[in-house]
Write a new protein. Sequence first.
Length: 416
Amino acid sequence: MRRTARATVKRPIDSIALVTSIAFSLSNFRGPLIASFVAAGIKVYALAPDHDEKTRAAMIALGAEPVDFHLERAGTRSFVDLNDARRLYGLLRRLRPDAVFSYFIKPVIYGSIAARLAGIGRRYALVAGLGYVFTANGDERLLGRRIMAALVSRLYRVALRSCDRVFFQNQDDIDQFINRGVIDRDRVVRLNGTGVDLTRFAVTPPVLQPITFLLMARLLREKGIYEYVAAARIVRHANPKARFLLLGDVDDNPGSIDRTTVEAWAAEGVIDWHGHVDDVRPWIAQSSVYVLPSYREGMPRSTQEAMAMGRPVVTTDAPGCRDTVREGVNGFKVPVRSIKLLAAAMQRFLDDSSLVETMGAASRAMAEELFDVHRINAIILATMEIDRTAVLSDRVAGDIGVDVADGFVQGAASNR
């Protein structure tokens, strides 16, 4: 029997634990959400396995309490994972938050289960893309990934049944989880990505001489890094002045590209590689076009940032990516792994540089329509039935189709 959604008002949320596997994401992706919780008078525990001095300071500045816990972010060693889940259970028992909000694969799976066992009354999860194991690579590891995807689906099924609501960032992921029997539709809430602060990511004039392409991503095969570099070689052969910027660092993910390979590309002159940067805005400002040839995303935050600053987009017709481009309006979509078509799409901006400005303006308009972080966070707050109407203003609530007269969700948020 399918469980029906709860319609009653629960005990107000006075404290919440955010559980993630990457501390940097708490400020970079969830900073405005944490600020909204704090503004509502909610105690926020920011749980991550890799806090450092910088991330701790960022959490304290936001009014949250950074909390360490152990999690092996990469790998699938079941004994280690179960031990991590056990320790997380003990930590949540000690903190006793009213709610838990987890995101990224392992925190969602083990955090949701640990929260239920710890007796945490409200449990929410964000599936921000399906990750490495759900991305077919077209190589000898495909069978292994299918087996792993089946296993992870089973774990997700157990974990998400523990959640009151589960947030997704694109319809493809929702459909896949429903078709696999992982989740019931009535627990699903769709968001238009993480969102961006449209004031902080303000429009800047694009660089037109030389035409400069930019890709910002962790250096994973699945982000389309190899395709970007190969397409750059093709384009630079006919347009030697064109620039190709790459931001991002190597990763402990199994799909990571090794540092030696990236350094060789930079030495060759095909790309300018600048590693990890804390603030991407100056780099977007010195670009003409944003490129993300990823194999699969939730809803790519980097693309949203570039769009907010008025940059056209070249991306793939893949889950999550396809939702950021209206073909021929704010950019172009190409098939996954198609180097020639990726190069051809980038070449169009070199053949007609006026597209940089016209499509860039369309990107900004689309960002204002879909990716305002405050509107997206308002949906999260309303879904959590937080009785804080001062945070969910009538104006924002009206924009997203949520009635907060009684302090909790009465209607359905728009998915656009």
